[in-house]
Design a protein around this ligand. Structure first.
Ligand SMILES: [Zn+2]
Length: 391
C-alpha cells in the first residue's frame, strides 16, 4: 500500500460529522480515509485530535519515505524518526520528506512523543504491532533533554509516570531576570552587601524573605560543619516568627539549636561566589557592634546596623535595575532562573520528583531540594554546572 502512494500526498482533513461535530482525519492520496489514523484520531479527546492529526501525518509520511508501515515499524525506527524530526541540522533524513519545514521545537517533540505512544498503543489494543505497543510500557523516546543528560553522563534511575514524557524539559518561565542581570547588578557599584544579595539570589535561589531572615548562625560555610547535615558549604533556612526586621522564611521545616549549632531547617547549598561575596561583605561592611546576629543589615542612616527588611532589599534591586537600564528587577525572577537552570543541567530527572514533572514553571527551589539528597551526585553536578556558567 505504501508503495502505491505518492510521497507527501497524505493530508490532514477536517470533516464535519453528522452530529455537527468537527473531527480531524488523515486522507490517503486516493481520497480514501487512512484507516489506522482514523480509528486513532476518533478516540482522541476533543482538541487533541487536531494537534495529533498534524503530528501523525508527518510521521506517516516519514514511514512511507522510509518504506515502513505502522504494522511492522520498530521502536528503533521511531527513535530515528524523533531524531530526524527534531534535528537542528539537515542530516540524511532531515530535508527530503519535510521540504521547507523547520525542525520540531522542544514542545512539539514532547507532543509528538506523546502522540506516537498513544497511536502505537491504540494500534496494539487492536492487535496491530503488539510488540511495539508493549515496548511503550517502559521506554521513552529520546528528546533534547536526553541528549543533554547523556552529555552529563547521567544514567536514568527513575522513569516519570508517563514513560514517554521528556523529563528534562524546562519551560522558560516568563518571569526570568533579563539577560546579564546578575552581572550588570554586581557591576553597578553599590555595596558589598548588595553584590552579595544579587549573588545569593542568583546562585542560591532564595526568596528575598529567606535571605533577609538569615542569621549568621545559620551559615555553615566551612567544609564539615558541626551540624553534620551537609559536608559542603550550606545554610539552614529557619523559620522564625520574631525576627526584628519582620522577615520570615516561608518554609517551616523544624530546626533547633544544639550545642550552639543550628540544625534542621531547609538546607541550601552555597556556591564559591556566594562565599566570596559573603566574606567581602562581612569584613568590609558588617558593623562590629551588632548584637541581633542577623546577616543583612542597614548600612546607612540613623538605623545603621539594624536588620535589613525585605522591602528595603526589594527597593535596592529595583533601583539598581533601573540604574543599569535592566528595567524592574524582581528578586523572585532569580529564583525561577535558578530552578530552571538546575533542572536544565540535571535533565530534571533525579532531582525533581514526578510531581514537579520537570517543569520549571511549576517546580520551585523547595521542590528541587525537597526531593533530593543535597549530596546526590547528579544534583551536585547540576549545581556546579549552573555555578560555573556564572561570570
Ligand atoms: Zn549545617
Amino acid at each position: 500500500m505504501a508503495g502505491r502512494l505518492v510521497m507527501g500526498d497524505l493530508r490532514v482533513q477536517e470533516v464535519l460529522g453528522s452530529d455537527g461535530r468537527r473531527a480531524v482525519t488523515i486522507m490517503n492520496a486516493d481520497g480514501s480515509v487512512h484507516a489506522a489514523a482514523e480509528g486513532f484520531l476518533r478516540d482522541c479527546a476533543g482538541g487533541t485530535d487536531r494537534t495529533y492529526g498534524y503530528l501523525l501525518v508527518d510521521h506517516l509520511r516519514w514511514l512511507e519515505f522510509e518504506g515502513l508501515v505502522p504494522e511492522t515499524v520498530r521502536l528503533q525506527d521511531l527513535r530515528r524518526y524523533m531524531g530526524a524530526v527534531g534535528a537542528e541540522f539537515r542530516g540524511p533524513y532531515g530535508g527530503a520528506w519535510r521540504v521547507g519545514k523547520r525542525p520540531y521545537g522542544q514542545s512539539s517533540l514532547e507532543t509528538a512523543a506523546a502522540c506516537l505512544k498513544a497511536f502505537y498503543r491504540h494500534q496494539g489494543g487492536r492487535g496491530v504491532n503488539p510488540q511495539l505497543a508493549e515496548e511503550f510500557k517502559g521506554v521513552r523516546l529520546p528528546t533534547k533533554a536526553d541528549r543533554r543528560r547523556a552529555f552529563l553522563g547521567h544514567t536514568l534511575r527513575e522513569l516519570p509516570t508517563n514513560p514517554l514524557r521528556p523529563a528534562g524539559t524546562v519551560r522558560r518561565h516568563p518571569k526570568m531576570p533579563p539577560d546579564g542581570a546578575r552581572r550588570e547588578l554586581v557591576k553597578a557599584g553599590g555595596s558589598a552587601r548588595d553584590r552579595m544579595v544579587v549573588t545569593w539570589l542568583a546562585d542560591g535561589g532564595f526568596r528575598i524573605g529567606e535571605l533577609c531572615g538569615l542569621h549568621l548562625a545559620d551559615l555553615h560555610l566551612r567544609e564539615g560543619a558541626a551540624c553534620g547535615e551537609c559536608r559542603t558549604a550550606h545554610v539552614h533556612i529557619c523559620h522564625r516568627e520574631t525576627n526584628p526586621n519582620r522577615s520570615r522564611a516561608k518554609t517551616k521545616h523544624p530546626w533547633r539549636v544544639e550545642a550552639e549549632t543550628v540544625r534542621g531547617g531547609a538546607i541550601r547549598r552555597v556556591s564559591p561566589a556566594m562565599i566570596h561575596t559573603y566574606f567581602e561583605y562581612v569584613t568590609v561592611e558588617y558593623p562590629r557592634d551588632t548584637t541581633h546576629g542577623m546577616l543583612l543589615v542597614q548600612l546607612h542612616g540613623p538605623r545603621r546596623g539594624e536588620p535589613w527588611a525585605p522591602a528595603a532589599a526589594r527597593g535596592m534591586l529595583r533601583r539598581a535595575g533601573l540604574r543599569s537600564e535592566l528595567g524592574r528587577i524582581n528578586p523572585h525572577a532569580f529564583r525561577h532562573a535558578f530552578a530552571s537552570a538546575v533542572l536544565d543541567a540535571s535533565g530534571g530527572n533525579t532531582v525533581v520528583a514526578r510531581d514537579a514533572g520537570g517543569w520549571a514553571s511549576a517546580a520551585t527551589v523547595d521542590e528541587i531540594y525537597g526531593h533530593v539528597d543535597v549530596h546526590d551526585p547528579v544534583f551536585s553536578a547540576a549545581l556546579s554546572a549552573v555555578w560555573e556558567q556564572r561570570p
